[in-house]
Design a protein around this ligand. Structure first.
Ligand code: 0A1
Ligand code: ZN
Length: 849
């Protein structure tokens, strides 16, 4: 109900809870529409708190009874929770509540998915299960008893007694309620074991619906690799005798790190060569690692309050990126991450949703699980590591674990650890956590008498609520190349702290060519007036693989912008340089594939916007298409050879070597399809024995517009596999010609398999529509209207997913007046909906502001 003004929460208002929780015992008697939850909680006054109000969160609960020290009490109940008079020394609170998991479509709290009971408590879902101080700084041990006639009943911690119709669990590690989990269903387990470095044997299990057993082996290996990696690299060992993963089909996010019982969106754990692409395998491996790594960075050390979300998420994303880098190669991982950062975080940071890595206010915390908190949060840690060096980073992390194990911490605690471990003052560095916006870094150079000087200027444009920005500490990794391509200055990290600052390099024989921001050493936009020759030189010679790729990307971007603005021809010299790279068989295939992929259409829109130019989605599409056609025609003679070279002859393996070959093959096939009217793609589609090849061929056919037959045969083959059908729904919208996207999406919403309450299916259709840049921005506003209609429908059932998907409109202000007005009208229509959720209201309000 959209009644009173929604409450805003502020970081500066933090106060500790008046009571400590000594122990929690829960008993669940499961039933779809009337589950009973009995709680028995020992509270004691918290000596560190002055406010002794006894407030327990609780939403949508039916209180059956409550007692204190065995005597019945009648608390004062509001829609948000309850208050009650309590003794001033330790006491036992008991409550019995009733909830209806089958009616819970928001997928927060205890809900049902295909007959299975499942929970999602982060951030504030536990309050929909029972009355509790649902805040991360209240930590306790939990004992759980589940009663039902389902064969598998799981909760956190170690298994206890099990008998007919019940199972007990005990988690000895104090945790906040957001890490609570319960699962019950008819599940099959894929079991294994892992022996920790100190010799403890851990039972591992991946629990899935019957029929999915053959899709667990990869996830299990990823889990074991993650456990070993965290021991080897961070010295962190697992701390229970059981570790369970459960796959669930209805889930709002990717996965959740509940202590000892990780719950995964099935799309993020189930994998098989026939049904998953190489990209799926890599993502699954990374998410399994991410959730596992949370055991230390998130669970053992958690957040004091939700403003500190980046404390666990930034660090855990950073750790999972290190893991993927070790498993699959550093350069390619870094390039992938930067592409993602620019595609998702930069638009957020430069638009109406911009917020600091550590936000200082929110209405609905679920709206802050963002690319800024996660990915920019990880970039901030990468910068910190680069500034202090690897050894100091390792020392600081050891100190962090020693000092804060078992605590709920803040960013101040985190930075103090680094200050204590290194003697550095991080006061200025802390601005990365408090100031939003993407800094712009401009650079000029000069050379005289053997001294080369780089002069940098930094500035950050204003963002909502933050008009003035102070200079940040920016680590700028730089190397210098001599005219013959030799590296005359290996990578050094310049530490920029002022608004404008110069750095000199002495003793050079001639003017060098600089390679700046190597490895993308800071999340900034680098402005440098560089000649195409210099970029071409870096494309040919840079010893830093990231910057070599970046030089190519810049050349592609410059060419595309000239094509868009002036209808120019693609740059010949660049295409020649790129041809040398893609035909260089000494280079990694993955890397060559990345070189072949130019900036996406939305990235070009972003660049134009940064240049102060209104992006025209149709012109961007036309230029991108024309460039593809030029490449295809120009490289026609190379394509068959490249296709042959990228053909994998061994049995399918989802490793980076084979994945690289297939990625190169897909890039080449896209060009070949432009020349042979889809003959090669059709042949590959028909003979493919793995999803990567099948889907890349189908994508080419969809892009060519000649796809009806292939789409129906794919659907006929995979109609019973929901995860593959998500791909089918999504790819035919994402890859189709722009003028067909909205109609296709509309038609697919009428397909019998369009189960819109399932977030994966909803996202497959509408996430893909918003990714088809020119299709989403169809000038008549058809896509905007369709998305708005469906967001209005979904909001009643699932506010969280609705709110997240509103971000498709976050860039509305950058477009022309016609499109802008249509997007504004769509947003206002959502905003005007009766009974709009708090989640969606906050998002739309911020986007429109
Ligand atoms: N902590 C999880 C992500 C997550 C966040 C919120 C959720 O429900 C609102 C679910 C999952 C992670 O970082 O993986
Ligand atoms: Zn996480």
């Amino acid at each position: 109900m959209k009644d009173a003004a929604p409450q805003t929460f502020y970081l500066s208002d933090y106060t500790p809870f008046g009571y400590e929780v000594r122990d929690v015992a829960l008993r669940f008697v499961l039933s779809p529409s009337a589950t009973r939850v009995h709680s028995r909680i020992t509270f004691a006054p918290n000596p560190a708190a002055s406010d002794k109000t006894f407030f327990l969160h609780g939403e949508q609960l039916k209180l059956i009874r409550a007692a204190i020290n065995g005597a019945e009490v009648t608390p004062n109940i509001t829609p948000e929770g309850l208050t009650c008079d309590v003794p001033d020394s330790e006491f036992v609170w008991e409550a019995e509540v009733e909830i209806a998991p089958a009616e819970n479509t928001a997928l927060e709290g205890l809900y049902m998915s295909n007959g299975m009971y499942c929970t999602q408590c982060e951030a504030e879902g536990f309050r929909k299960i029972t009355y509790y101080p649902d805040r991360p700084d209240v930590m306790s041990t939990f004992t759980v008893r589940i009663e039902s006639d389902l064969p598998i009943m799981l909760s956190n911690g170690n298994p206890g007694e099990t008998g007919a119709g019940y199972a007990e669990w005990h988690d000895p590690w104090p945790k906040p309620a957001y890490l609570f989990a319960l699962v019950a269903g008819d599940l099959v387990g894929h079991a294994d074991t892992f022996t920790t470095k100190s010799g403890n044997q851990v039972d591992l299990n991946i629990w899935v619906r019957p029929g999915d057993e053959d899709k667990c082996a990869f996830g299990m290996q990823a889990l074991k690799d993650s456990m070993k990696w965290d021991e080897d690299v961070y010295g962190r060992e697992y701390d229970l005798n059981t570790f369970n993963i459960v796959a669930v089909d209805d889930f709002n996010m990717g996965a959740m790190e509940n202590k000892g019982l990780n719950i995964f969106n099935s799309s993020c754990v189930l994998a098989s060569p026939a049904t998953s692409t190489d990209a799926n395998f890599e993502r699954i491996e990374a998410i399994i690692a991410h959730e596992y790594f949370h055991n230390w960075t998130g669970n053992r050390i958690t957040c004091r309050d939700w403003f500190q979300l980046c404390l666990k998420e930034g660090l855990t994303v950073f750790r999972d990126a290190q893991f993927t880098s070790d498993m699959r190669g550093e350069a390619v991982k870094r390039i992938h991450d930067v592409i993602e950062l620019r595609a998702r975080q930069f638009p957020e940071d430069q638009g109406p949703l911009s917020h600091p890595v550590r936000p200082e206010q929110f209405q609905e915390i679920n709206n802050f699980y963002t690319a800024t908190v996660y990915e920019k949060g990880a970039e901030v840690i990468g910068m910190l590591k680069r500034l202090v060096g690897d050894d100091a980073y390792a020392k600081a992390l050891d100190l962090y674990f020693d000092r804060h194990d078992g605590q709920a911490c803040t960013i101040e605690d985190w930075l103090t650890v680094f200050e204590d471990a290194t003697g550095r003052d991080l006061a200025q560095f802390k601005r990365w956590y408090s100031q939003s916006g993407t800094p712009r870094l401009s650079v000029t150079d000069s050379y005289q008498d053997g001294t080369y000087t780089l002069t940098f200027k930094q500035s950050t444009p204003p963002t909502p609520g933050q008009m003035v920005k102070d200079p940040k500490v920016i680590p700028i990794a730089v190397g210098l190349l001599g005219p013959n391509g030799d590296e005359v200055q290996p990578t050094v990290t310049l530490e920029m702290t002022d608004a404008e600052q110069s750095f000199a390099f002495d003793g050079l024989g001639s003017k060098p060519i600089p390679s700046i921001l190597r490895g993308f050493s800071a999340p900034v936009v680098l402005d440098r007036d560089t000649s195409a020759e210099e970029r071409a030189f870096l494309l040919a010679h840079d010893t830093d693989p990231f910057n070599r790729w970046e030089a190519n990307r810049e050349l592609a971007r410059t060419t595309l912008i000239a094509m868009i603005r002036d209808d120019a021809a693609p740059d010949e010299a660049w295409l020649e340089g790129l041809e040398r790279v893609i035909t260089d068989t000494t280079l990694d295939a993955n890397y060559r594939a990345l070189m072949m992929s130019g900036p996406s259409q939305s990235e070009l829109a972003q660049t134009l916007h940064e240049m102060g130019i209104t992006p025209d989605p149709d012109a961007i599409w036309t230029a991108s298409d024309r460039l593809g056609q030029t490449m295809a025609e120009r490289w026609e003679a190379h394509l068959p050879g490249l296709l042959a070279e990228s053909t994998v002859t061994e049995a399918y393996r989802p490793d980076s070597h084979q994945a690289g070959q297939r990625a190169l093959g897909a890039a080449v096939l896209a060009l070949q399809t432009r020349l042979d009217r889809g003959a090669s793609a059709r042949a590959q589609f028909e003979t493919a024995d793995n999803m990567t090849l099948q889907l890349s061929a189908l994508t080419c056919l969809v892009r060519s517009g000649n796809d009806e037959e292939a789409l129906s045969s794919f659907a006929a083959q995979w109609k019973d596999d929901r995860l593959v059908m998500d791909k089918w729904f999504g790819m035919q919208i994402a890859a189709t010609l722009p003028d067909r996207a909205a109609d296709r999406a509309k038609a697919l919403t009428e397909h019998p398999a369009f189960d819109w309450k399932n977030p994966n299916r909803f996202r497959a259709v509408f996430g893909s529509l918003s990714m088809n840049h020119a299709g989403f921005h169809r000038a008549d506003g058809a896509s905007y209207d369709l998305l708005a209609d469906w967001l209005i429908t979904l909001d009643d059932k699932n506010p969280q997913t609705t709110a997240r998907m509103c971000s498709a409109f976050q860039t509305w202000k950058r477009y022309d007046a016609g499109r802008k007005a249509k997007m504004q009208a769509a947003l206002e229509r959502i905003q005007g909906k009766d009974g709009l959720s708090r989640d969606t209201a906050e998002m739309v309000g911020r986007i429109l502001s």
